[in-house]
Design a protein around this ligand. Structure first.
Ligand SMILES: [Zn+2]
Length: 297
């Protein structure tokens, strides 16, 4: 059966000599270290996913081997599939009781590849969609072939959740990159007709990647500021002993816009100043002024 899962690209950099050897075993022409960018990917793991399925831990090493040499493509809505990356190494890593396939892939520097490298470097999360074919799917409750026993995945039987366990890998397919826009911008384009285009995709399409990356960084900064502001507001409320629990205060500040939060924080701060004339500075309220000019979203 065909299986498709979402996963993520992690950070990367220049290949080691050993990695370069593995890359050149896959590449058509001999590549130099400065011509490639390597990054790692977390592919399938053995944990139960949203579809109430999981890969059999024992199937992972064989599946990892099948991913070596597979291409990573960008599947644009507007253009033909374009190959940008290739997996040159993959193995199973076990951490805190979770086993997963960790793969290393390379991107050739120059041209379209540079945009993907810059995005990975900027920390813009890349969702990666991977596909493979598995020979068997087994019911976790009774061990029979899933679909033949009457147990339904997602349901609980005598306290045991039914999961389909995917076994016996048959093949691994190419993977595709899906750009994920910064959260702050995610809803912006919903009214544009396609219902699917993201700001990131449009930036790629119209050559505005640099602007998008700057916007992404500013959005991250803005979110950090909003977090600090909410934090300070909660601390001030607690110091002023308003009689509200911290959990409730956090829920309340989470619902306020930045301008409202700023006004509230300022008012509380003035109140605290009058109540505790000699109080030690709470958090970083003096720095808040600097943010007024830096906060552009
Ligand atoms: Zn069953």
């Amino acid at each position: 059966m065909e299986v498709k899962k979402q996963t993520q690209a992690l950070g990367g950099g220049v290949p080691t000599a050993q990695q370069l050897g593995a890359i050149n075993a896959q590449a058509k022409a001999e590549l130099k270290a400065e011509e490639v960018y390597v990054f790692s990917l977390r592919l399938c793991d053995d944990q139960v996913d949203r579809d109430h399925e999981r890969f059999d831990t024992e199937a992972l090493p064989e599946l990892a081997r099948m991913f070596v040499g597979k291409s990573g493509i960008v599947d644009h809505q507007w253009s033909a599939k374009q190959q940008v990356a290739r997996i040159f190494e993959a193995g199973v890593v076990t951490e805190a009781g979770v086993s997963y396939i960790k793969a290393w892939a390379y991107i050739r520097r120059g041209g379209a590849g540079d945009e993907w490298i810059a995005d990975i470097e900027a920390g813009i999360k890349k969702e990666v969609s991977v596909g493979c074919a598995m020979g068997r799917s087994v019911c976790s409750v009774c061990g029979l072939e899933y679909g033949t026993c009457g147990h339904q995945k997602g349901n609980v039987y005598d306290g045991q959740s039914c999961v389909a366990v995917l076994k016996e890998p048959v093949d691994a397919y190419e993977f595709s990159f899906v750009a994920v826009p910064a959260q702050a911008n995610a809803g912006v384009l919903k009214g544009m007709g396609t219902g699917k285009a993201s700001l990131k995709e449009l930036a790629d399409r119209f050559g505005a990647q640099e602007e998008y990356r700057n916007l992404y960084k500013q959005a991250a900064l803005g979110q950090e500021y909003a977090g600090l502001l909410a934090d300070q507001t909660v601390r001030l409320c607690l110091a002023l002993e308003l009689g509200l629990e911290e959990k409730l205060l956090r829920q309340m500040t989470g619902k306020l816009g930045t301008a409202e939060l700023k006004a509230l924080c300022r008012a509380l701060s003035e109140k605290a100043d009058r109540k505790f004339p000699a109080r030690v500075q709470i958090a970083a309220s003096e720095e808040a002024g600097d943010w007024d000019t830096g906060y552009l979203i």
